[in-house]
Write a protein that binds this ligand. Sequence first.
Ligand SMILES: Cc1cc2nc3c(=O)[nH]c(=O)nc-3n(C[C@H](O)[C@H](O)[C@H](O)COP(=O)(O)OP(=O)(O)OC[C@H]3O[C@@H](n4cnc5c(N)ncnc54)[C@H](O)[C@@H]3O)c2cc1C
Length: 290
Amino acid sequence: MIEFEYHHPTSMDQVFELLDQYGDDSRVMAGGTALVIQMKQRLAQPGHVLGLRKVGGLRSIESTPDGVRIGALCTQRQIESSPVVQEQLPLVADAFRKVATPRIRNMATIGGGLVNGDPSQDPPPALIALGASAVMTSKDGERVVPVADLFIDYYETDVQPGEVLTSVLVPQAPAGSGSVYLKFLPRTADDYATVSAAAVVSREQDGSCRDARIVLGAVGVTAIRATDAEDALRGKPLTDENIRAAAALVKDVVDPLEDFRGSAEYKTDMAEVFTRRAVEQAIASIPAGS
Ligand SMILES: Cc1cc2nc3c(=O)[nH]c(=O)nc-3n(C[C@H](O)[C@H](O)[C@H](O)COP(=O)(O)OP(=O)(O)OC[C@H]3O[C@@H](n4cnc5c(N)ncnc54)[C@H](O)[C@@H]3O)c2cc1C
C-alpha cells in the first residue's frame, strides 16, 4: 500500500477546502471497495484521501415529485432494502440486489460506484434505463449530469476537478410499464456480469409498443443504450418476431472485451440473447390492465 494521509472532513465545505488544497494529489473515498484495491495495486496513488463518511446529509433516500433522490453515500444494501426504492423503483432495487455479495453491498455506495466508471457494474444499466441523473457539487454550485452522459470511457467519468457526486435522482418508470434487470452469471453467483441488460417497456391498448428503453452492461467500455433496438420496437406489435429482430440489432453496437468470462464473439451473442429475454420479461411484468 502507498503512503497517504487520511482526512475526515465533517462538512462539504471542508471537503471542498481539502480538494482545493491538495488538488490532483487527493481522492475522496466513500465505501473504499474500489479505491483501496486501486491503491494497493498502485493504479491510484493519492497522497491525501478524503473520507466522506463523517459528512452529513449524503445518506438519505427521499421520495420527491420528480422521482427518488438517493444520497451519494447510501450503500448498495441500504438501497436494495429501502421500502421507498422497492415500491417506487423496483428495477433499481433488483439491480443493486444483484451486486456481488452482502459484504460488498454493505460498504459500496451508489456515488462511489458511478464515479468509478467500471462498465461491468450492475446499477448503471438500470439507472440509465430510468433516465436517472447525478448531482455533482463543487464550491461553485451544482451541476446535473444524466447518468447516461456520465460515462466517457473505460473507468473514465465526467467528474470535474473539485466536484463531488452528492445525490442521484431516479424517476419512476412510466405508469403501466414493465421492467427487468438481467445479469448473466455463468461462473459464480457473486461474479461481475458476463453480460447484463435492463429493459423498461410499455404498450398501447392495441398491444403495440408505446416505448422501450434497453441498456446493456459489460459489453463495451461504458454501459450502452441500445437505441436502434428501441426504435425497432416502438410503435410495432410486440410479437416474438419483432422482439427477435430488435434484439439482433444490438450485435452492431456492442464491443465487448475478451476475458476469462468469454470471447468477444460469445459475449456479443449473449448480448442479443439477454436483450431478447429482458424485453420479453419486461413485457411479462407489465401490470394487468395496462
Ligand atoms: C470483490 C468485489 C466484487 C464486486 N462485484 C461487483 C458486482 O458484481 N457488481 C457491481 O456492480 N459491482 C461490483 N463491485 C464493484 C463495487 O460495486 C464498487 O467497488 C463500488 O460500487 C464502489 O463504491 P465505493 O463506495 O466503495 O467507492 P470508493 O472505492 O470509495 O470510490 C471509488 C471511486 O469513486 C470516487 N468517489 C467515491 N465517492 C465519490 C463521490 N461521492 N463523488 C466523487 N467521487 C467519488 C473515489 O475517489 C474513487 O475514484 C465489486 C467490488 C469488489 C471489491
